[in-house]
Structures are given as C-alpha cells and as structure tokens.
Ligand binder design. Structure first.
Ligand code: FE2
Length: 329
C-alpha cells in the first residue's frame, strides 16, 4: 500500500496546486506577494473619471491618468509601492513596478491584439457589479474555465442559449496561462441578437455568432456576445475562503439619438445585467459547495479526477500558478 500523495500528478498534465492552496492563510499570503504583488492585473476601463482603483488579496491598486500619462501606487498597509501602468486598447492593467518580468503585451499573448479590438466596444458603460462568493478566488476561475458545466449548472439559462450540438460547436484554445473558449449561439439566440442589432445598431468588433470568453492569468476574463457586447470580469481574492466577482456590462451602439432608442437601450442593458446575475446565482452555490467540500477530500489520492481534453485549461491555470509561486511545475 502506498501513502496518499499530497500533490496528485497526472502523466500527461503535470502537477496541480496542493489542496491547501484553496483554504490556507499561508497560501493566501504567498499569492498576495508572488501573484498579485507581481503580475499584470486588470484594473478597469476609464470612462468619465481619471481614477481607477481595485483591491485584490489585501493589496490596494490606485491608478490615475493625466492626459496620456498613467501612473499609480499599490498600498499594502503602510507600504506604498509604485505601479507600472499600461493599457491594451481601453483595458487598463497595472503591476507592482519591477525590473524584470514580461511586458503587458507579452503577458496577454497571444490575445493582446484581439483584446484591444474587443475593448473598443467598451462604450456605454453600465454600473459595475460586485458579487461576493464564500469561496477561494481560484474556485471561481476554475468554474469559469469549466467549459462543460453549462448543461448541468445552467440548464435553463446558458444551455438553451448556445447551439444544441454545443460539443461540436465549442472551440477551446489553450496558450499556456491564457486561454479562450467560444460557443456558437443557438439560432434563436443569434436571431434575438440580430433583432437587437437592427434596433440599436450595435457596434460590432466582429461578425461572429458566438458567446466567447478570453481568460488572462491570473484573474481576468472578457466575455463577449455576438461580437458586440463586452463584459470584463475580474475575480478579487478577499480571504482564503472569500472572493468577489466584479464585472461591468458594455452594450455598445453606433448611435443613441432619440429618447426611444435610449429607453430601449436602458431596458435591454437592465435585462442583460439581470440575466447575467441569474447565471452567477447558479454558479455561486456550486463554487461555495466546492469550497466547503475541499478540505475533506485533501488526503484522498487521485480525487482531482481525470480531466478531459477541453478541461486541461484548468490544469494550465494550476501550472501557471505553480510557476508564478516559484514551485516546480
Ligand atoms: Fe457557470
């Protein structure tokens, strides 16, 4: 009989994060320093104001712009460190200033150009939304990257919105730490968007009948519908067992002139925000149940199970985390 392995290893996929990384204070502190204290992080999109702020793992990021110059600081109690600030299209990213490490474009590879194009649709901002989860931030990231949970967790929301033969029409790309998934919309859903487009004359970055999300390590993803609507999401760690999912809807139009057009845009945006909230309300109990159950299965060997071909982006995330934490991947 062999002793249980703390770090389950799969022949083709490499190492996964130790289980305690999902609940221990020590792992949370390590992530604050080595992941959130080093990586490029999505901060937001400037609209009316010249200031953006974000809080991740106890670090507070404050960014200001003055003309074309952007600068900022990272506050950690009394410790104040300068930020490097850069943008990809309209998306503003920052990291604690350092001599080494990738440029923002390198960090976003191979999606920098596509993200910049999509970010041009970051107009007509709706108010940001934050939804608290009683779960480790990585459980939310894993949930997002699980391309197969639509039919089980979202049987009445996402599942009917995507093509019935979604297995054939789901395209998943993996590029190390970053990845992209897209689902072809069901004909009825694509038709709904086409009618919306006819009424609102939406701005489109691509003629694509997809629901797509592009994940950027460690905690950002941009969801898009129909090559029009863009929804940046960021998962903010709050505590080892708590996180906030922050997102903002942009329903971009090429013109909003009449009161009737503006009213229709308002009601459509409200409907989309409510729908997204319903989907997140379906994900939240799953993530929270996973969080509750995780410590109890820590010593059971092989309990991580076997990941399918398209689920390997979850393992890619684990390996990117291990690299960033300085552990052997
Ligand atoms: Fe979900």
């Amino acid at each position: 009989m062999t002793a249980p392995q703390a770090h389950a290893v799969f022949p083709d996929t490499g190492a996964v994060l130790p289980h305690e990384h999902f609940w221990s204070d020590a792992a949370f502190v390590q992530e604050r320093e080595r992941v959130f204290g080093r990586c490029w992080l999505y901060i937001g999109v400037f609209d009316a104001g010249d200031a953006l702020s974000a809080e991740m793992a106890g670090l507070r990021f404050e960014v200001r712009r003055s003309g074309t110059v952007m600068e900022g600081v990272c506050r950690d109690g009394d410790r104040v460190r300068p930020l490097q600030v850069d943008r990809c299209g309209a998306l503003v990213f920052a990291r604690v200033a350092q001599d080494n490490g990738p440029t923002l474009a390198e960090h976003l590879a191979p999606y920098a150009e596509r993200l910049a194009v999509m970010s041009a649709n970051g107009i007509n901002p709706e108010p940001p939304v934050g939804i608290a989860f009683q779960a480790n931030w990585k459980a939310l990231v894993e949930n997002t990257m699980d391309d197969f949970h639509g039919s089980t967790v979202h049987p009445d929301t996402i599942h009917p919105a995507v093509h019935p033969d979604w297995r054939s029409h789901l395209v998943t790309e993996r590029h190390g730490a970053n990845s992209d998934s897209r689902w072809r919309l069901a004909d009825g859903t694509a038709g709904w968007w086409a009618k919306l487009d006819a009424k609102l004359r939406m701005r489109r970055f691509a003629e694509e009948p997809f629901y797509r999300h592009t994940f950027i390590f460690p905690n950002f993803y941009l969801a898009t519908f129909y090559g029009a609507t863009v929804i940046p999401h960021r998962v903010d760690p709050v505590a080892p067992d708590a996180a906030v999912l922050r997102w903002q809807l942009f329903l971009p139009t090429t013109r909003l002139e009449t009161p009737r057009e503006r009213a229709f845009h308002r009601s459509t945006a409200a409907y989309l925000i409510a729908s997204a909230g319903t989907v997140i309300d379906e994900d939240r109990p799953v993530c929270e149940a996973v969080q509750q159950g995780r410590p109890g299965i820590a010593d059971v060997p092989g309990v991580n199970g076997v990941y399918g071909r398209r689920e390997q982006r979850i393992l890619d995330f684990h390996q990117a985390m291990l690299r960033q934490l300085g552990e052997p991947a």
